[in-house]
Ligand binder design. Structure first.
Ligand code: GAR
Length: 195
């Protein structure tokens, strides 16, 4: 069965949505572990409660290079096939991305290439766009720039508050991520695996 790791930095609602899709059989795969870039990430406790192995990547204590070496070691000893970013707010180094080309997936809260970066929802809101959305893409050496696997638009209505828009985006993420991963893992997306 396909196994994947999830990388998180914060709340972990996407990680939870994926774990629920795995649990109820919508996503035919296994979550091998959840790793965070900080011990403070609330997602870690949520993963532990679901019985998933968790790790803290030593970004703070040892820096990016060591943290990525630790992650690569975990992925190879545990034979993880895919690395799934779910609110992971670090930029992976070109070396790490090259070593795992075509096997890292990210979710971003905008219709890329619009509004890349750390605050996709806030940037779209500030500009006053009528349509934003969600993108799932392969990670390449750029920032939020890899091959797009799936997108879902989200309309912003004049009466919407920022909180309403955030909720719409997160609902769209939770509905789209497991479905896209399911297609990707089954080889049903036209994406060339290059490793
Ligand atoms: C999600 O909206 C995700 O798309 C975004 O962080 C949030 C994490 O929420 N990721 C990025 O902005 C990456 N550039 P979660 O921790 O509740 O899943």
């Amino acid at each position: 069965m396909t196994s994947f790791a999830i990388l998180v930095s914060g709340r972990g609602s996407n990680m939870e949505a994926l774990a629920e899709a795995v649990r109820d059989g919508r996503l035919d795969a296994r979550i091998d572990f959840v790793a965070a870039d900080s011990a403070e990430a609330p997602a870690l406790e949520k993963a532990r409660k679901k019985g998933i192995d968790t790790f803290v990547l030593p970004y703070a204590a040892e820096g990016k290079k060591k943290a990525e070496e630790f992650l690569s070691g975990l992925c190879s000893t545990r034979r993880v096939e895919w690395i799934v970013l779910a609110g992971f707010m670090r930029i992976l180094s070109p070396e790490f991305v090259r070593a795992h080309t075509g096997r890292i997936v990210n979710i971003h809260p905008s219709l890329l290439p619009s509004f890349p970066g750390k605050d996709g929802i806030g940037d779209a809101w500030k500009l006053g766009v009528a349509v934003t959305g969600v993108t799932i893409h392969l990670v390449d050496e750029g920032v939020d720039s890899g091959t797009i696997l799936a997108q879902r638009p989200v309309e912003i209505h004049p009466e919407d508050t920022f909180e309403i828009v955030e909720k719409k985006i997160h609902d769209a993420e939770h509905a789209l991520y497991w479905k896209t991963l399911s297609e990707l893992f089954r080889g049903a997306l036209p994406v060339e695996r290059r490793w």
